[in-house]
Design a protein around this ligand. Structure first.
Ligand code: KIV
Length: 271
């Protein structure tokens, strides 16, 4: 089991310095208990707006609000001692103008104690990324499949499967790097394109469904723990928590119904 220098706090500059070096290990986290368990093993925990789909059961990330991100961001940041905590800016909280983005990013930073924010978009968000970075807010960019644009994209599709699509995605990667993002998530992108981008940009690329050619990997924690009955194809499951939880609850229910729980070890007696 890997536990790597968990005493040294990760920061956005320390993640940026890992370009081309030791792969960056990242996961999503939405609650204190899972964040605490993951913290000694990962470099970065993302409080992703995927919380809307994973915990709240929405069909997309669009209904997620700033207030939801702040609540989940605060519990994760307060549970973590080592990893860099990044909080997603939800749909509608940053696209209007750099000023709107700054106002909401500053709120997220103040009210959660996180170390950076993430927002979706390449060339179109470069000016906003620059505006935030110049004002002291580290920004993780997100290109390729950008789930907040699901309605414009027509679905959650792999990007860059055709070589004709590569130029635009490469332009996005270069634009966010030039604007000052400290790293960039590349989601659902064909392997040769992920490799090319990783070779071309000076900031770490963190892939999700984008192959090990990237400088690091991120997965949704519930997917890799086996809590999603239909995980995306690229997800390897490392545990069957759904099975373990169901089995434990069924055993508990049987024991309560048969009055075998509580047994004498779990009952208070007299002094
Ligand atoms: O919201 C999220 O969890 C994300 C990851 C999938 C990168 O953006």
């Amino acid at each position: 089991m890997s536990t790597h220098s968990p005493n040294r706090r990760m920061t956005a500059p320390r993640i940026a310095a890992r370009k081309g070096g030791e792969p960056i290990v990242a996961l999503t986290a939405y609650h204190a208990h899972t964040a605490r368990l993951a913290d000694p093993h990962v470099d970065l925990l993302l409080v992703g707006d995927s919380v809307g789909m994973v915990l709240y059961g929405h069909g997309s990330t669009l209904p997620v609000t700033l207030e939801m991100m702040i609540v989940h961001g605060r519990v994760v940041a307060s549970a973590v001692k080592h990893a860099l905590v990044v909080v997603d800016m939800p749909f509608g909280s940053y696209e209007e103008s750099p000023q709107q983005a700054f106002r909401n990013a500053a709120r997220i930073m103040k009210e959660t104690g996180c170390g950076a924010v993430k927002l979706e978009g390449g060339v179109r968000m470069a000016e906003t990324i620059r505006f935030l970075v110049e004002r002291g807010i580290p920004v993780m960019a997100h290109i390729g499949l950008t789930p907040q644009s699901v309605n414009a994209l027509g679905g959650f599709f792999v990007q860059g499967r055709k070589q004709a699509q590569w130029a635009a995605i490469e332009k996005d990667a270069k634009a966010v790097a030039e604007a000052g993002a400290f790293c960039v998530v590349i989601e659902a992108v064909a392997e040769p394109l992920a490799r090319r981008i990783t070779e071309q940009v000076p900031i770490p690329t963190i892939g999700i469904g984008a192959s090990p050619a990237c400088d690091g990997q991120i997965l949704v924690m519930e997917d890799m723990l086996g809590l999603n009955p239909r995980p995306p194809k690229f997800v390897k499951t490392y545990a069957d928590l759904a099975g373990a939880i169901e089995k434990a609850i069924a055993t508990y229910a049987d024991e309560v119904r048969s009055r075998t729980f509580p047994d004498e070890d779990h009952v208070y007696g007299l002094d």
